[in-house]
Design a protein around this ligand. Sequence first.
Ligand code: CTP
Length: 458
Amino acid sequence: MHGCIDNIMEEHMKKVITYGTYDLFHEGHYKLLQRAKALGDYLIVGVTTEHFDEARGKVNVVDSLLERVENVRKTGFADEIIVEDHEGQKIEDIQKYGVDIFTVGSDWEGHFDYLKAYCEVVYLERTKNVSSTMIRKEKFPIVRMGIVGTGRIAPRFMSESKYVSGIEVECAYNPEMVSAIQFENEENIPVYTEKYADFLQHVDAVYIASPNETHYQYAREALVNGKHVLSEKPLAFTYDETFELYELASAQNVVLMEGIKTAYCPGFQELMNVAKSGKIGKVMDVEACFTRIANPESRERTDAKYGGAFLEFAGYTLLPIIKLLGIEYQDAQIDSIYDENGVDIYTKIQLRYPNGMATAKMGVAVKSEGNLVIAGTEGYILAPSPWWLTHKFDIRYEDPNVIEHFEPNFQGDGLRYEISEFVGKINGTGRRDYKLTKEESIAMSRIVEKFMKNRQSI
Ligand code: CTP
């Protein structure tokens, strides 16, 4: 009987719904929620998940979901708090909760008119001069970034960094005048060509995208000068040098990150987590392949000392292996097919673990299927090319009729996640190193060292 009265009361109640990230909770949020509540009798607040924000291109949210929910709860205006985690959810919620009014701030004017088919839509005047973005900027000074090397990756860094708040690319460095001038004209930032030390004075952090053989020296000098370093893979060619760089970074209290962008992609993390969750049983074998027929004139195809398939792709192909089977492999076999000019055009690495094995295959002048296959005792995960920019993967089992399909979110070319992680680490916003640990990076350097020694002896 009581329930029946409740239902009748609920039917007469005017329900309002609003959504937001509510990061670094501020006055604008408070006032919005206050006015949203005043529009009706019952207020539902949808708070976005990290993944949903990432998918919308908001990659620098500081507070965790629980903190953001807690801040909304503390206002006392919300009668119910829900979590928003996917596109299209608003329509679903409005129908599910029997909502009468949807409301958001006037910065979204017009954007949600499509919801008028389901309920009333009200845009509330936005509070002036306050936003999470502004607070993030005040709280964390902008990281002044310098790019070392102005080749192919540098312009990608420029465009992807625009999606990450809290970072500004100030200048670049390249001792090669022609490339420097071209980059300066195209990107409209000063490029230093002479002393590296002069360039370092203008920045807080560097992104090293220069030729492979220069990473270590540039990284080292930057760290010695107290600059944060994000370096393209490999950080160095030897275990000792890699270890030294990490030691130096911790002594200097700065961030050092190896730029294997796959490690920072949300889809790849999801894939790793699913693989570790026991869904496919115990992981026994990892096979990762990445090949690209590179331009015959390119550095990868012509530089016998520092080009080739291994240095180009081993960072990607070793990553899922090391992450899933660990850093303690028993044996590593590396085999290459060399071009006449001495470049490894195709390289295969076989790793043996006490209870598992793995194969990494990579090519710059050989094409193969770019799959990642993770075999377990109860099933396997298949991530098709480009698995290194993880957009989708399947879990498959003995029964071919059972397939679980995953399509994680992925934006841009993936670099923005790496940049966001780097800025987050510099700002110390509580992110730990789990996406690519120092130990994992150092373990990979042992394989790099082995390959470089093999190559020298040929
Ligand atoms: N809002 C508001 N006045 C402000 C800032 C936000 O009324 N000064 C409203 C937004 O319009 C939205 C809700 O608060 O309805 C949650 O917004 P959210 O995107 O979480 O906050 P912002 O401060 O706009 O965040 P960001 O700067 O990260 O975009």
